[in-house]
Write a protein that binds this ligand. Structure first.
Ligand code: AMP
Ligand code: ZN
Ligand code: FE
Ligand code: FE
Length: 276
């Protein structure tokens, strides 16, 4: 039986299930706890908490912040209590970027207005929403194609966001009362030495954990990350990065092809560090 999933997106960012739907799905799957880790915002908490009360699923408040360290590095923050101005600025910047993308698509004759997108998708819009529209318009075959040809880096509808540096991001999560954790460490294409450098750099600013289990990571990869976490005295976390139909191959709680399993014990340690 799968126990927990500490990396989940909802409609509060670019997932396709509402916070309540995600929690109910977790209950159906028999999960004990899930963390809501939407990009750059905490808008999903209230709904998720009440669904948690209804279903008995423990809901962990989290966030996923995109940061810059050569490549884009994601930092998860657990038990954040408030958004410090730095994090609020990221939301504003995302909005500015999205306005530009929508205007660019409109200038190509596509029936897109940012106002309508917000009405349909909510306040926090990401590239997967633009991808969904491109699929609907018949310009892209599917989400991967939309990223490969339109919204991925360097493509016509790619507009960069101003991403804050990794040091400030880790510090902002601490300042908001949260526990910072390095997300999906293999996504950054670093070798052992470079990954250690990244971890040590983040630790200098308060990093407390590493996401050791993640959709698509095999047993050797996870074991390596768990050894690193132990060596550095960091927490181990794990989660699927579930996005609903925006990443249809990833299942809540069990990842890709059932490869994911995260023990509740890891959450207990995380809670102790968070003072929960
Ligand atoms: P944004 O933060 O709006 O720039 O969009 C980045 C987000 O797009 C990432 O956090 C992922 O959730 C999502 N993403 C990136 N590549 C893909 C892909 N090939 N298919 C679906 N979603 C993707
Ligand atoms: Zn996402
Ligand atoms: Fe991420
Ligand atoms: Fe994520």
């Amino acid at each position: 039986m799968r126990e927990i999933d500490l990396h989940v997106h909802t409609t509060a960012s670019d997932g396709t299930d509402t916070p309540a739907e995600v929690v109910r799905r977790a209950a159906e799957l028999g999960l004990r706890a899930i963390a809501i880790t939407d990009h750059d915002n905490v808008g999903g908490y209230a709904e998720a908490f009440s669904a948690g009360m209804e279903t008995g699923v423990e809901v962990v408040p989290g966030i996923e912040v995109s940061t810059k360290y050569g490549v884009a590095v994601h930092i998860l923050g657990y038990y954040v209590e408030n958004l410090v101005p730095l994090l609020a600025e990221i939301v504003v910047d995302r909005d500015r970027r999205n306005e530009k993308v929508a205007a660019l698509m409109a200038s190509d004759g596509l029936p897109v207005t940012y106002k309508q997108m917000k009405q349909r998708f909510g306040d926090v819009i990401g590239r997967p929403h633009f991808g969904e529209l491109l699929v609907e318009f018949g310009l892209a075959r599917d989400m991967d194609d939309a990223f490969a040809r339109f919204v991925g880096k360097g493509m016509r509808y790619y507009v960069p966001r101003t991403i804050i540096d990794i040091d400030s991001s880790v510090e902002a999560i601490i300042a908001s009362g949260g526990v910072p954790v390095l997300a999906h460490p293999f996504q950054y294409k670093k070798n052992d030495e470079e990954l250690r450098e990244l971890i040590e750099r983040c630790m200098d600013h308060g990093l407390r954990g590493i996401e050791c289990r993640y959709s698509g990571y095999g047993p050797e990869q996870s074991a390596y990350l768990e050894r690193l976490a132990e060596e550095y005295g960091l927490l181990k976390t794990g989660g699927s990065d579930y996005h609903g139909s925006h990443k249809a191959h990833i299942a809540l709680g069990s990842g890709i092809g059932g490869n994911l399993e995260v023990p509740y014990e890891w959450l207990e340690r995380l809670k102790a560090v968070a003072g929960q």
